[in-house]
Design a protein around this ligand. Structure first.
Ligand code: HEC
Length: 193
């Protein structure tokens, strides 16, 4: 009887040991994927447009406390003055933190890429993310994604790289920040130029 209990216990330990090792490989694979994603996000310059900034004497730098949370909703949308954005002068204008952009397409606001459910990519699937960047359509199915989001370039990355970027973005601290809806050209200053 005693012998049998020992065998069962040893068997259990064996199973537990194996699943522990499996979980560890899964975890280390995920850690490697996230690290690769972070590397690609840095290389892809996503912080330039998608992170709010703090001002320094050298200019705006990404605010480490709110990385990739998109164009700050608290920032008033002060549109460039009428007639300042014409193709023969300055064709495109941007806010000091480079998160909102005005041009012939109207005004676009860099999206919140953190995994917040309501305002970020929290409810997005990996497939949606890959499709959006490949097709240039909002969430892979909606309206065209507006400039200056360089989806044409980023969308040429391999599936593995896009999935790594998504894994990194989903690993960020979720930040609630509802970005503005784009402003159509007719409603923007110098609209239609
Ligand atoms: C030059 C500025 C700029 C850079 C660099 C940039 N983005 Fe964007 N991105 C934007 C803007 C602006 C929007 C909002 C466009 C719109 O509303 O259609 C956007 C939108 C998005 C969206 C939402 C697409 C959708 O389906 O609506 C995703 C996802 C995204 N960017 C990911 C990234 C990633 C990942 C990187 C880096 C590899 C990156 N962006 C680099 C400006 C930029």
């Amino acid at each position: 009887m005693k012998g049998k209990t020992t065998i069962v216990a040893a068997g259990l330990l064996c199973v537990l040991g194996a699943s522990g090792a499996f979980a560890q490989t899964k975890d280390s694979k995920m850690i490697a994927l996230i690290a690769r994603g972070k590397y690609l996000v840095n290389l892809g310059g996503c912080n330039h447009c998608h992170s709010p900034k703090v001002m320094t004497p050298k200019g705006p730098v990404p605010d480490e406390t709110r990385l990739l949370s998109g164009s700050p909703s608290a920032m008033p949308v002060a549109l460039p003055a009428e007639g300042t954005l014409t193709p023969d002068k300055w064709g495109v204008g941007t806010t000091m933190d480079l998160t909102a952009w005005a041009g012939p397409w109207g005004v676009s606001f860099a999206r919140n890429l953190t995994p917040d459910k309501e305002t970020g990519l929290g409810s997005w699937t990996e497939a949606m993310f890959v499709k959006a960047l490949r097709t240039g359509k909002d969430m892979g199915v909606g309206r065209p994604i507006l400039p200056p989001m360089p989806w044409e370039d980023i969308g040429q990355s391999t599936d593995a790289d896009l999935k790594a970027i998504f894994a990194y973005l989903q690993s960020l601290k979720p930040i609630k920040n509802a970005i503005h809806d784009p402003i159509p050209p007719a409603a923007a200053p110098g609209g239609g130029n």
